[in-house]
Ligand binder design. Structure first.
Ligand SMILES: [Zn+2]
Length: 228
């Protein structure tokens, strides 16, 4: 759309109405017209005047200050939330390869693997399928130094030796089982003694009753004897 300038005369005063190509807002400025109203002799100075007032004339499109501000705004501030979120998603996807390299787990070197296996050979009882004494994956890793992760020890132990666990834990379990056994036996013994005592008390009650009966019979006999 070509910029629109419309000349007019009011008495001896000559004007030009400059119309915004975007919103049709217009501004009236002083002008020098030619023979007809369409001829504006001082267009360059009219344009400079417009420019001072914030108007623009780019590629023959005339814009008022409001429309020029809209054109210049780098982004539409009223971008829908969905668009904002999907732009974030796009950024996330771009960062993904970098993220995976950061998260990737540290792996042992061949030398570190050999060190771990040598230590496992000492600490692990292959026949019993457990660590000797109180050793664990963690204690083996600690013994080898801070660069060794116990997860590596765990993986190599599973692959080349056997399951987790150690002698101390086994002994502890064994002694727990032994104590449980002892407690069970003691309980059974006590229960048997209690039963014996109950039987004894019942017998005693019966004996007492018998004694009382005999005493009563004796007393009767004595009375009778006195009577006779
Ligand atoms: Zn406008």
């Amino acid at each position: 759309m070509a910029a629109m300038f419309k000349g007019s005369k009011t008495g001896s005063a000559e004007h030009v109405d400059c119309v915004c190509d975007e919103c049709a807002t217009s501004i009236r400025l002083g002008a020098r017209l030619g023979d007809t109203d369409k001829e504006i002799n001082n267009l360059p100075s009219v344009l400079r005047n417009l420019q001072k007032r914030g108007w623009s004339n780019i590629k023959s499109v005339l814009r008022c200050p409001q429309c020029e501000a809209k054109r210049k705004a780098p982004k539409d501030p009223t971008t829908p939330l969905g668009d904002v979120l999907s732009s974030w998603d796009a950024e996330d996807k771009q960062q993904e390869p970098e993220m995976t390299t950061q998260v990737e787990l540290r792996q042992p070197t061949k030398e570190q693997k050999r060190e771990i296996l040598a230590m496992l050979d000492i600490a692990y009882d292959a026949a019993a399928q457990r660590y000797k004494g109180s050793d664990t994956d963690q204690s083996v890793a600690e013994a080898l130094g801070s660069n060794i992760l116990w997860g590596w020890v765990s993986a190599l132990r599973e692959e080349f030796y056997g399951p987790d666990g150690n002698e101390d834990a086994d002994l502890l379990l064994k002694s727990v089982a032994e104590w449980q056994d002892k407690a069970d036996k003691a309980y059974a013994d006590a229960a048997a003694k209690l039963e014996e005592a109950r039987v004894f008390l019942t017998e005693m009650d019966a004996a007492k009753a018998e004694v009382a009966k005999l005493a009563a019979a004796v007393a009767k006999l004595t009375k009778n004897g006195k009577r006779t």
